[in-house]
Design a protein around this ligand. Sequence first.
Ligand SMILES: O=C(O)CCC(=O)C(=O)O
Length: 268
Amino acid sequence: MRIAPLAKGRLWFEYENYKQHARFLNLSKKEKEIVEQFKKEGCYLYKNAISDDVIDKIDNAVDEWMIDNISGLVANKKPDGTYPRLIGLHEEVPAIQALFSNEVTLRLRELLFGRGKSLYTSITFLQGSQQALHRDIPVFNVSPDNFYFRIWFALEDATFENGTLTGVRGGHRVAADKYRMPHRFYSRFEEIPEQDPVLWRKYQDALKQKYEAAGLREEKIELSKGDLLIWHPLFPHGGSKIEDKKSSRRSVVLHVTEIPPFSQTVKK
Ligand SMILES: O=C(O)CCC(=O)C(=O)O
């Protein structure tokens, strides 16, 4: 069943007077810096978030999973010969699921979002995705808006050769109306199909025009093994072209939804 959108959600630090509240005042200097940078850029790169031991456990489990599923993996290779992305592998690999309650992840989730947590899904990448820059919300809508974020873990270095992440710092603050655009193509909400690649592209192109007009640019974001990038639901992101198509670039991204405090969702 489809449901209509609810009220617009705002994260606690997106309110004008957030700096006067205990929630901000009680933070350490480092935590305040994280909040400020996340608010300004729409993402935060946390260095050395996971240890080599954690990565070894995931790597070993993924190696075993690949051996068991090699025929399916090969059959689903992309036209350029690279491996497909693995959606929801955390359900079969507990070591991936454990990233959700990793110490740094827990601290960042509590700091930026707080409240009830739910690991909605995950994607494990064996190689760089080379995905064009995009926002997720046309396919990943939550109501109220914005109580959804991504945490991307580098299981090995992500470089120009094997594929970095890409992103537009500040692009999460650019308005591109997700509700008005479909009405130019469909007269009724119910007519919108589950997948509409043309509309997806139009939304992403409109977003690009807006952030370029605002003087913002796409950049490549290199990560070292063990780093994580956490990003805002509206942060435009993607994967850079891979220079060496045979190169490995293991990484995991978690999709997390949060239950907002009651007072922020209901107007009295
Ligand atoms: O891992 C990457 O290369 C990009 C990931 C991405 O764009 C996504 O998960 O939506």
